[in-house]
Design a binder for this molecule. Structure first.
Ligand SMILES: [Zn+2]
Ligand SMILES: [Zn+2]
Length: 203
C-alpha cells in the first residue's frame, strides 16, 4: 500500500511539475500548492504554534509564580526570623540568670554567668514588693521586721536606719533585708531572701 501511494504521489508530482506549459495544469498546481500550504499551516504549523504559545504562557506563568512566590517567601522568612530573634533577645534575655546581688562597686543590670552584674530589678516573691537598694550603706543592727513592714517602699523613711559604709549596698523588701559588699549569687541566699529577678530590665 505504501509503495503504491508513493508511486501515485510521484506520478502526480511528475505530471504537474513537468507540465508547466499547460496553463490549466499550472493553475491546478498553484491551487494545490495553496491548499497544501493552507492545510500544512493549519494542521502542522497552526496547532504547533498555539501549543508553543500555550506552553510559553504556561512557562511564563510558572516563572511568574516562582518569581512571586520565592521573593515573598524569602521576604516573609527573614523578617519573621528577625522578629522572633528580636523578640527573644528583648524578652528572654531581660531576666538575670543567674541572679546576683553585689556591693556598690558591682555593676548594676542584667546578670549572666559571663556578665556578672547585680540585679536592679529584684522582686520579693514572699511580700510581692520590689526590692529597694541603697549605695555605700548598711542597715543599722536595730532594724527589725516591723520597721521594713511599715516603711517599704518609702526611701526617705528607710534611709533613717542606714549607716554609711563604703563598698556596701543595702537591699530590702517588706519582709527581709541585707547588705553585701561582694557579688553573691541569690540562690545561695535562698533561705534568707525570696527574691527573684522581675525581668523588667531595660535594654
Ligand atoms: Zn535581674
Ligand atoms: Zn519580701
Amino acid at each position: 500500500m505504501g509503495d503504491d501511494l508513493d508511486r501515485l504521489l510521484g506520478e502526480i508530482e511528475r505530471r504537474f511539475c513537468g507540465s508547466v506549459s499547460v496553463s490549466g495544469d499550472v493553475k491546478k498546481t498553484e491551487q494545490l500548492k495553496e491548499k497544501q500550504t493552507k492545510s500544512s499551516s493549519s494542521k502542522s504549523k497552526g496547532p504547533v504554534c498555539s501549543d508553543n504559545e500555550d506552553l510559553d504562557d504556561f512557562i511564563d506563568k510558572l516563572l511568574e509564580e516562582d518569581r512571586e512566590i520565592s521573593p515573598t517567601k524569602q521576604a516573609e522568612r527573614s523578617p519573621k526570623g528577625a522578629a522572633v530573634k528580636t523578640y527573644s533577645s528583648l524578652t528572654g534575655d531581660r531576666k538575670c540568670a543567674p541572679v546576683f546581688i553585689g556591693g556598690s562597686s558591682a555593676q548594676r543590670g542584667i546578670g549572666t554567668s559571663t556578665s556578672q552584674r547585680s540585679c536592679d530589678q529584684l522582686r520579693c516573691t514572699s511580700c510581692d514588693f520590689s526590692v529597694v537598694t541603697f549605695e555605700d550603706s548598711e542597715w543599722d543592727p536595730s532594724c527589725d521586721y516591723l520597721f521594713f513592714r511599715n516603711n517599704v517602699p518609702e526611701r526617705w523613711k528607710l534611709q533613717s536606719m542606714l549607716n554609711s559604709r563604703q563598698g556596701f549596698r543595702s537591699y530590702c523588701c517588706q519582709c527581709s533585708w541585707t547588705a553585701v559588699r561582694e557579688l553573691r549569687e541569690l540562690r545561695e541566699l535562698r533561705e534568707l531572701l525570696q527574691w527573684v529577678c522581675s525581668g523588667k530590665h531595660l535594654l
